[in-house]
Design a protein. Structure first.
Length: 127
């Protein structure tokens, strides 16, 4: 069984939702004490094929207070969904689920591996 790549519609709607949610964060519309002054990056929004679920991948600036911020985002998900519904013209407004984006940490781990002396030595070899 192979996993289908997202359709153009899924990608377009996901990107529009990402812009709406980023705007909410930039304007400071979420009035939760754990989100006060927090800079949050929305790296990606993945929409399910039926367009009813949106997985929003976020990362707090510097990775600080991840657990508190994720809990606050879960509490604010219904408000975010309401703003998305008011901003976008969709038949179904997707259920918003926030996830911590670990791709930044994974990229740093790979970079550290590539900078190890034994790996750098192997990369410099010419065949």
């Amino acid at each position: 069984m192979s996993i289908k790549p997202p359709t153009q519609r899924q990608l377009k709607i996901g990107e529009e939702i990402r812009h709406v949610i980023s705007g909410i964060f930039m304007r400071g519309e979420l009035y939760d004490k754990d989100l006060a002054g927090a800079a949050i990056t929305v790296s990606e929004v993945r929409i399910s094929p039926d367009l009813k679920n949106a997985n929003v991948y976020v990362m707090p600036l510097g990775g600080l207070n991840k657990q508190n911020i994720m809990a606050a985002l879960e509490r604010s998900a219904s408000y975010v969904r309401k703003v998305v519904s008011e901003t976008m013209n969709l038949r179904y407004i997707p259920r918003i689920v926030f996830h911590l984006d670990n791709s930044f940490e994974e990229a740093e781990r790979i970079n550290n591996l590539l900078n190890k002396p034994e790996v750098a030595r192997d990369l410099k070899k010419t065949w």
